[in-house]
Design a protein around this ligand. Sequence first.
Ligand code: MLT
Length: 251
Amino acid sequence: MSRSPSALPLVFVHAFPMGPKMWTRQVSAITGRQVLAPPLPGFDGHPRVAEPTMDAYARDVLASLDRAGIERAIFCGLSLGGYVVFGILRQALDRVGGLILADTRTTIDTPERLAARVRSIETVRRAGPPAIAEEMGPGLVSADTHANRPAVDAEIRSLIEAQSADAIADGLQAMMTRPDSAAVLTTVRVPALIIVGADDGITPVSDARSMQQAIPQSRLVIIPGVGHMSNLEAPETFNQALLTFLRDSGI
Ligand code: MLT
């Protein structure tokens, strides 16, 4: 299908620690508009940044828009991808024409989570990405996905193992220092969709509801039987929510 001159480009921002291939089924479902799925610094061999922070990651995504000649876009971020989209909102609100926030949250890490991240940096430096896949894998998807869609577990493992220890350690560092982003959401005046797996144990439904309350006129879709990696666990339902949102909001 040819591109509609009025359809805003769509930019997918990936989760930790996976790279943009996690969006393959979404990218191929989008027609009639430009799509970008850039790797964050360090991921898929993309150059690292000197200081891994959420704002540096956001700048890097905005630079990829500049290179593609894109002024304004719809941003879809899942989990870490959402944290990066909050950075884009802080830096360049006028470049955001629409938002899809999936399985993410505006709050900072608890002390327990910070301590776990320090341990994960040590683990990835010592034992490499397979150890991180082993550590994170069980918590990323729902019990239903584990039992009935084992191919998703395998896909997640291979997405994580494809990344370097440096990319993973940098990503952990950037997540540890991210600021609270609740306030920036209240500045959003563009159409917004929030998606969450009903069984997401990392960024639960309560986080999604808080984001929906912060953004005027946002809609919330809760996908049953699905955990944190909603786009991989239920790609058809995720895509249907995404395509319906794009159609209804006319962006
Ligand atoms: C992610 O999926 O990007 C991470 O699990 C997010 C996090 O650990 O906070």
